[in-house]
Design a protein around this ligand. Structure first.
Ligand code: XIL
Length: 375
C-alpha cells in the first residue's frame, strides 16, 4: 500500500535525523533490525507498483475452514473472486429464493481486508440450478437468463469492480460454423443474445467493468487457433452492436508440456486490446500432470512455465489484472477435476499446503516487478 510505504519512509527519515552519533547507533543497534525491518513485500504491492491488480479465487467454505489461507490471501491479494459462490446453481437452488450467504461471506472478507471484489459469473452453461436446466430450453429461456443477470448483478450493485458477464460461450467442438457453443438460449445463432446480456448487465450495475471470460486461447493447437479467431470475431460483433463490454478474461488454466508460442499469444493479446478492451488473467493455475512426481523438479518446471507465460502477458499494457484460481495447493480444483494419473496432488499454485511460497510465487513476483508500468 502506498500510504503504508510512505509512512514507513517518513518514520525512517525521522529516526536517522535523531541518530547523530555512533554511540546512539550502538545503543539501539541490537534492536534496530527487528524493530525497523521493511515489511515483507507482497504480490499485491509488486502488482500495484505496475498498475496490475493481483488476486485469487477463494470460496466461503475454504475461507472459514482455513484461517491460514485467509491470512495469506489477505496479505498478498488486492482482489478476490468467489470461486463458486456467485454461480447460479450456488445462489438460486430454489427458484425465486436466492441465497447470498456464501457469496456475501466472500464479499465481506474482501471488504474487511480492503480488497476489490470480482464477480464470477452471471451467465454460464454449467453450474445451473436443476430447476433452470429444463426452463432455459423453452421460449422463456432467454428472458430467464437475462433475469439471472439482473438479479445477481443487481444484488451486488456498486460492490463488484469487474464481472464475468458471460463465461465460456465459445466451443470449437460444437460443429457450429460460428465456433460458438450449442446452448438453447443461444440457439438462434446470432450474437444478439450475448449483446443483450451485456446491456442487461450495464443496467444492473453501471459502474462494474463488464467482461467476456473464456478458456483455451493460450497455446498453439488446431483447436486453440480456431478459438482465438472465434473470440476476435465475437468481440468485433459485440463492438459493432455497441454492447457495453469493457474487458476480455483469459482463464489461463495452463498445463506444462502444452505448446506455448510467445509470439502467437502476444499477437492475440494485441488484437484483443485493439478493440479497446482491457484484459484480465482470471483463473491462472498450472496443471502438472505430465511431470514426474518429484516435487522440486515439478515446482521448477511449473515456475518456468508461469514465467514464460506471464512475461509474455505483461508485455501487453492492456493486461491489468492477474488472479490465480485458488491460492494454495491445499485447495486447488485440479485435484478433483483434473486428477493426476498417479493420484498425488498437483503443485499448481503460489503457495504449498502449509502456506509456504512455491517457486511459482517467486516467478509471479519477478514478472510483476519486471512488467512495464501501466499506471
Ligand atoms: C470450478 C471450481 O473451481 C470447482 O470448485 C467447481 O467444482 C467447478 O468449477 N472455469 C471456470 C470456473 O470458469 O468457474 C471453474 O471453477 C473452473 C474452470
Amino acid at each position: 500500500m502506498p500510504t503504508k510505504r510512505h509512512a514507513h519512509a517518513a518514520f525512517s527519515l525521522k529516526r536517522r535525523d535523531l541518530l547523530t552519533g555512533s554511540a546512539a547507533v550502538l545503543a539501539i543497534g541490537t534492536l534496530a533490525p527487528a524493530a525497523f525491518a521493511a515489511p515483507d513485500p507482497s504480490l499485491k504491492d509488486f502488482g500495484a507498483a505496475r498498475g496490475i491488480a493481483f488476486g485469487c479465487a477463494v470460496g466461503a467454505k475454504d475461507l472459514a475452514a482455513n484461517p491460514d489461507l485467509a491470512a495469506a490471501i489477505a496479505r498478498d491479494c488486492a482482489i478476490v473472486v468467489p470461486e463458486n459462490d456467485m454461480k447460479w446453481g450456488a445462489v438460486e437452488q430454489v427458484r425465486g429464493k436466492p441465497d447470498y450467504q456464501a457469496s456475501e461471506a466472500v464479499a465481506d472478507f474482501a471488504k474487511r481486508n480492503s480488497m476489490d471484489l470480482r464477480g464470477h459469473t452471471a451467465v454460464w452453461y454449467l453450474n445451473m440450478p436443476a430447476w433452470a436446466k429444463q426452463d432455459i430450453t423453452g421460449p422463456q429461456g432467454r428472458d430467464l437468463i437475462l433475469k439471472r443477470v439482473r438479479d445477481v448483478m443487481g444484488h451486488f450493485r456498486g460492490r463488484v469492480v469487474e464481472w464475468d458477464v458471460i463465461n465460456e460461450m465459445i466451443d470449437h467442438t460444437s460443429g457450429r460454423a460460428d465456433g460458438m457453443r450449442e446452448w438453447p438460449p443461444f440457439a438462434a445463432g446470432d450474437v444478439g443474445f450475448i449483446a443483450d446480456c451485456f446491456f442487461a448487465a450495464k443496467e444492473a450495475d453501471p459502474h462494474a467493468r463488464l467482461v467476456y471470460n473464456d478458456f483455451g486461447f493460450e497455446y498453439v493447437s488446431a483447436g486453440e487457433d480456431q478459438r482465438r479467431l472465434t473470440a476476435l470475431r465475437l468481440m468485433e460483433q459485440l463492438k459493432t452492436r455497441d454492447a457495453p463490454i469493457d474487458g476480455f478474461g483469459i482463464q489461463s488454466h495452463l498445463k506444462v508440456g502444452n505448446n506455448f508460442k510467445p509470439q502467437t499469444f502476444r499477437r492475440f493479446l494485441a488484437d484483443i486490446a485493439d478493440f479497446g478492451l482491457d484484459i484480465s488473467i482470471t483463473e491462472f493455475d498450472i496443471d502438472d500432470q505430465r511431470l514426474a512426481p518429484e516435487i522440486e523438479a515439478r515446482d521448477a518446471a511449473v515456475a518456468e512455465h508461469a514465467r514464460l507465460f506471464l512475461e509474455t502477458a505483461f508485455e501487453e499494457p492492456a493486461v491489468k489484472k492477474l488472479l490465480t484460481w485458488g491460492y494454495s495447493n491445499r485447495n486447488t480444483w485440479l485435484n478433483a477435476h483434473r486428477p493426476r494419473k498417479d493420484g498425488i496432488p498437483h503443485r499448481a499454485l503460489p503457495l504449498d499446503d502449509s502456506m509456504n511460497r512455491t517457486p511459482m510465487w517467486d516467478a509471479i513476483a519477478d514478472c510483476l516487478k519486471n512488467a512495464p508500468d501501466r499506471r
